[in-house]
Ligand binder design. Structure first.
Ligand code: MG
Length: 141
């Protein structure tokens, strides 16, 4: 049984090899197979959606991929860190705490850094990107 009260209120995604393939090399990358379905489902569930990326081209990539409108917050800059500052900025902007936040990324160092904030982190296959199965597990649906 799904329990809406247990849903995270905020889902934060990495971009490259999580939502899109080859975004660092291409401003018109291919979306991962489940990206559109996931973004649509989370929006329909009332979950806030954010991007935490080291790719400074993220805004143009989101626009070129026609998915920018799904995102309530976009933090895209490379500061040679593990994305803790990205997550802090997003949670502050959206007034949502770490216990109500989940973060998806294909790089373990990013996941480990963000986990130290108390955020639930989910490893993503860099081959497939984030999958509907990943989402169903986290959101218990
Ligand atoms: Mg990545």
């Amino acid at each position: 049984m799904s329990n809406p009260k247990s849903f995270p209120k905020l889902a934060v995604f990495d971009l490259d090899d999580t939502l899109v393939h080859e975004g660092f090399a291409d401003e018109h990358p291919i979306l991962c197979d489940d990206t559109l379905g996931i973004l649509t489902m989370l929006r329909d569930m009332g979950v806030k959606i954010a991007l935490a990326s080291h790719n400074h081209k993220s805004e143009i990539i989101l626009q070129n991929s026609d998915i920018r409108h799904y995102f309530d917050s976009v933090q895209a800059y490379h500061d040679y860190t593990d994305k803790q500052s990205h997550l802090k900025n997003i949670m502050k902007e959206l007034s949502i705490g770490p216990k109500q936040t989940v973060f998806f990324d294909d790089l373990i160092e990013n996941l480990n850094g963000v986990a130290r904030l108390g955020v639930k982190v989910v490893p993503v296959s860099s081959i497939r990107g984030v999958t509907m199965s990943d989402i169903r597990t986290v959101f218990n649906i």
